[in-house]
Design a binder for this molecule. Structure first.
Ligand code: PTJ
Length: 295
């Protein structure tokens, strides 16, 4: 493992990479999982690498659903097992959910290694070894356990691929997904889409459990029924747009040094030249913004 200094500006992100790489070395995470992590990282960057208000809301609704469920299951893949094994076990324990390993790039060896990892992190029972092809899918994710995912009424799927999410929804199961990409098929198909990093979402959800556990079922249903997933998806996309615009403005120098009444004055002719070009770009960007608003 590469030693990452704590004061590195990208410390968290680099450590997460190390965790995923360690997952591959242990034989739990697929090589493709490295690519999935990269995609997630890019979306996390665009979202601002923090839990947004709407993600926090989706996480609260996810907790309510897990507590209301009769047979909740947390589905674990190679990435989730590498990033947050202890968190997954804790959430399962607190919500009485079963843990089941379900893999896209399934090998029996990886299934066993992930089960061992979850057990090392305190899980008693982990399903996944006795899976049968019970879901109408052409790939390995079709293999689920009858007493686990197949019978579940609420399924929590961190870092899913869209296919199974759709099939589970069609089987009238309620699906909670964690996916940093609000445009993914998973995020678009799940009933509750948590657009957040698994590493932030899980501890946040765990913190919320006691509060929701102390409420009665009617109140929890009220929270769930008032929830609209489209708003959460829209908000995530809006956050990305806002972050991009803020970055664009920063590059253009718009809104900088507001206390001084705008941009810093300069006497450097080269700087002045650059600012002129920036103003031209700024004009174009504004026009493009106007066009987009008209669309
Ligand atoms: O372990 P396996 O064999 O089941 O394979 C697991 C992966 C993740 C490789 C497989 O399911 C896959 O290929 O997934 P996708 O289609 O790449 O989707 C993964 C999604 O998770 C992407 O939309 C990423 O943006 C998102 N993602 C990646 N890392 C994180 C994440 N979302 C939340 N937190 C993360 N840390």
């Amino acid at each position: 493992m590469t030693e990452i200094p704590k004061n590195h500006p990208r410390y968290e992100s680099l450590m997460t990479r190390e965790q995923i790489a360690a997952g591959v070395d242990k034989g739990m995470t697929s090589r493709q999982g490295l690519i999935a992590q990269g995609r997630g990282e890019a979306f996390d960057y665009l979202i601002g690498e923090k839990t947004t208000e709407s993600a926090d809301y989706a996480e609260a609704v996810a907790v309510c659903l897990l507590l209301l469920a009769e047979n909740p299951v947390i589905s674990v893949n190679g990435n989730a097992a590498a990033l947050a094994p202890a968190g997954l076990v804790t959430l399962a324990r607190l919500t009485d959910a079963k843990l089941e390993v379900n893999l896209f790039h399934r090998t029996e060896e990886r299934i066993r290694k992930i089960i061992d990892e979850l057990k090392e992190n305190g899980a008693d029972v982990v399903l996944g070894e006795n899976a049968e092809p019970l879901l109408p899918l052409e790939h390995e994710r079709a293999k689920v356990e009858r007493t686990g995912i197949y019978d579940a009424d609420v399924i929590f799927v961190p870092l899913e691929d869209g296919d199974r999410c759709k099939v589970l929804s069609e089987m009238k199961k309620l699906v909670i997904a964690i996916d940093l990409n609000p445009l993914s098929r998973t995020a678009q198909t799940a009933h509750v889409s948590v657009i957040d990093n698994l590493k932030r979402a899980l501890p946040n959800m765990i913190r919320m459990v006691p509060e929701f556990k102390s409420m009665n079922k009617e109140d929890l249903w009220e929270i769930v029924q008032a929830y609209d997933n489209n708003i959460v998806l829209m908000d995530a996309i809006e956050t990305i747009k806002e972050n991009l615009t803020a970055r664009q403005n920063e590059i253009l120098g718009i809104g900088r040094n507001e206390k001084d009444g705008g941009r810093k004055k300069t006497n450097d002719p080269r700087q002045k030249e650059r600012m002129k070009r920036n103003e031209e770009t700024a004009r174009k960007v504004m026009m493009r913004g106007g066009d987009l608003m008209m669309e």
